[in-house]
Structure formats: structure tokens, C-alpha cells
Design a protein around this ligand. Structure first.
Ligand code: DC
Length: 376
């Protein structure tokens, strides 16, 4: 008997039993039809599903296809940064003694894409990044890919200049993840606050962080969710108290060292848009494109005011302006990696620009950068 393995993969839109079952059945049917095999040729089928799916329901799917006496197994895959979302894979072992010709591997619903860790190994550069997940405690897990061809954009600037809105939109337009590094400092500040640790005590903060898990994951829209010790931090990191505390602890070198290490780790995994204060100067000094986004203090305070008003939170514009001024000074004047424009950063003053105009300005600069690179 000569055994061969046929591979197949498909994706589903939602993690529901009906969709997964239907997707799995369609995949089995296609593998069988395209390879001209019959039920008796099949020895076993191994299924695996990405970690965002609950199962491939192999027994149900195979039974529904009249294959109830075939050896079946289903496993969940380990999460791999940048891997395809909601994907079902199978490996069907067949007895080739009963079949002729070439084996055809079957990829349905956009599933013909390798996991990024395999892509990088093989030198193929076109993986679509999806489900990025990185944590302060998983630096050395498998799946950390070496740097390859990728787009890395650094956006720095003062509070309220529109960095996160812009970065999110640029990332979405490019189909790559966006990392809000400020949220990481905010998470550390939240934990310090909850544990009543002084924002100015480097040893205590370092001890606290070494026992803290800050992790980020990106949903299908590339939106970041930040987890503090496994719990979604949500808006609890956006209060005025935590905003001020984040700026305080961000001036502590030990805190920055831990955060920067994690940010670089995420950057090493693939394409990314990252915003913060020290991204172009310190975290990704070799970013493909560096933007320094500014706006007048008046405009930044006004935007913050409108943002709070939209959330039905009462605020005084003068107080907002004062707070922004204090944060600007603190972030700019601190000794450790202060906010400053990288020498090779492009300055965009967004005072009189719409968010869309800012995004387009960045995309145009990226295109220019790519054209220049092609000419080298
Ligand atoms: O961008 P933000 O307002 O969410 O950031 C919160 C604070 O964290 C900000 O006052 C400065 C600090 N920060 C920093 O020092 N370096 C970064 N890369 C990001 C934020």
C-alpha cells in the first residue's frame, strides 16, 4: 500500500457550528471530487482549525458525507501572529494504490496562504497579517518570525494630534495591524494605580511589571484590544487620572525598557503601524516611513473636548488645554526617550486637515517611499 497525503484548507466567516460544518463538508467534497477518489481510498483525515474557531466538527462533517468509519482527528492550532483568520485545514491520507495521477491540494475561500512563520522560512513575502497577538510573557513562543520584507510605519506626536485615529485608518487601508503604544503605558499606569504603587518608584514599578501580563490582540478589523493580566482593559485606561499617570510612569527608564522590548518584538513579526512618542526615534528607528503628526494646542484641546462631548462626558475646554500642556511638557522634557521628531520624519500639521486628508498624505508618502526603494 502506498500512502499519500492531500492538503486542503478553507475559511469561514463566522465561528458558528453551522458555518464550520458546512465549510468542512464543502472542503471534504472538493478534495474527494478534484482527486477522483472514493470513500474506500481514504485512510484517515486530520483537521486543524485556527484558534479563533471552536472546532471543525470532523465526525459530524464526515458522517454527513457518508464517511463514518474513517479515522478522524481535529486539533486547535497554536496562535501564530499574522495567520489567516477562521481557517480550517485538513490532511487526508489516501491509499494511492487505488488512485491514479497527480495529487491536487485544495484551497477554498481565500485559504491559499501559508502561515507567516512558514512563509518567512520559504522566502515568500505576501502573507496577509491578521491575528497578531503578543504579550509581555510570550516573547519566546514559537511563531516569532524573523524580520522579512514588510511595511513599518512610525507615527509620533503630542497628545491629541490625531495619531491614533490616523494610525488606525492607515493600518486598515493597508490591511495591517496597528499598535497603540500609549495604551501599553496606560495599562501599566492602571495597574500601578490599582496596586497603590508610586508612579515615581522605579524599583516597585519594575517589580510590578515583571509580574504583569500586558498583551494586545487585533480583531478582524485590525482593532487593538489590550488585556491587563488577561482582562480586557477597555476604557478603564482612558480616564483623566490614568492619562496623567501614564505620562508620569512613561518617564521611568525601567518602565520604558520593558515596553520598548515588547513593542520591538511585535514590530519584528511583520508589517505594522505604530503610534507613540518615541517610535521613530527609538522603537523602530529603521521604520520605512516616519511621520511626526502635530496640530496647534488650541485644535488639540478642541478635538479632545469634542471627543468627550460625543461620549456625553462634561469637560471644560480650558482645563483640557492646561492638561494637554502639562502632558506635552512632561513627555517632551523627560530624560528617557522624550517626544521629539526623528531627523528623517515627515512633519504633518493636521490643524486644518480632515482625518482622511492626513491618511491620504501618509499613504502618498508611503507610495513615494516605495517608488524610491524600487529605484535603488
Ligand atoms: O498616546 P497616549 O496619550 O495614549 O499616551 C499615554 C502616555 O504614554 C503619554 O502621555 C506619553 C506616554 N507614551 C510614551 O511615553 N511613549 C509612547 N511610545 C507612547 C506613549
Amino acid at each position: 500500500m502506498q500512502v499519500r497525503a492531500i492538503r486542503g484548507a478553507t475559511t469561514v466567516a463566522r465561528n458558528t457550528e453551522d458555518e464550520i460544518l458546512e465549510g468542512t463538508r464543502e472542503l471534504i467534497r472538493e478534495v474527494v471530487a478534484e482527486n477522483g477518489i472514493c470513500k474506500d481510498d481514504i485512510i484517515s483525515i486530520l483537521f486543524s482549525v485556527t484558534s479563533d474557531l471552536d472546532a471543525a466538527f470532523p465526525a459530524k462533517a464526515a458522517r454527513a458525507e457518508g464517511m463514518d468509519d474513517i479515522a478522524l482527528m481535529c486539533t486547535n492550532e497554536v496562535p501564530v501572529a499574522g495567520s489567516l483568520r477562521k481557517c480550517i485545514r485538513l490532511m487526508m491520507h489516501i491509499n494511492t494504490g487505488k488512485t491514479n495521477g497527480e495529487i491536487k491540494h485544495i484551497y477554498l475561500n481565500g485559504a491559499k496562504i501559508l502561515r507567516p512563520d512558514l512563509v518567512q522560512q520559504r522566502g515568500i513575502q505576501d502573507a496577509v497579517p491578521y491575528d497578531e497577538k503578543c504579550s509581555t510573557t510570550d516573547f519566546d513562543k514559537p511563531g516569532d518570525a524573523p524580520a522579512g520584507e514588510k511595511i513599518r510605519i512610525a507615527i509620533d506626536g503630542p497628545a491629541g494630534a490625531g495619531k491614533s485615529t490616523t494610525a488606525r485608518k492607515v493600518a486598515r487601508q493597508l490591511g495591517i495591524p496597528y499598535l497603540d503604544t500609549g495604551a501599553m503605558y496606560r495599562a501599566a499606569a492602571l495597574k500601578a494605580t490599582n496596586e497603590k504603587i508610586s508612579y515615581y518608584d522605579p524599583e516597585a514599578l519594575e517589580r510590578m511589571l515583571s509580574a504583569t501580563d500586558i498583551s494586545v490582540s487585533f480583531d478582524e478589523k485590525g482593532e487593538q484590544r489590550l488585556f491587563l493580566d488577561g482582562k480586557d482593559a477597555g476604557d478603564s485606561i482612558r480616564t483623566p487620572q490614568i492619562t496623567k499617570a501614564a505620562s508620569d510612569i512613561a518617564s521611568i527608564p525601567a518602565v520604558r525598557r520593558i515596553m520598548v522590548e515588547m513593542q520591538r518584538k511585535i514590530a519584528s513579526r511583520g508589517s505594522i503601524v505604530m503610534d507613540g512618542r518615541d517610535i521613530g526615534t527609538h522603537v523602530m528607528p529603521d521604520a520605512d516611513l516616519k511621520i511626526f503628526l502635530t496640530a496647534s494646542e488650541e485644535e488639540r484641546a478642541n478635538r479632545r473636548y469634542l471627543e468627550l462631548a460625543a461620549k456625553k462626558q462634561m469637560a471644560d475646554k480650558e482645563v483640557i488645554k492646561k492638561d494637554i500642556g502639562i502632558r506635552d511638557r512632561q513627555d517632551t522634557e523627560r530624560a528617557a526617550a522624550p517626544l521629539r521628531k526623528a531627523e528623517d520624519a515627515i512633519v504633518i500639521d493636521s490643524t486644518n486637515m480632515t482625518p482622511e486628508e492626513v491618511v491620504q498624505a501618509i499613504i502618498s508618502n508611503l507610495d513615494l517611499h516605495k517608488d524610491r526603494r524600487k529605484c535603488l
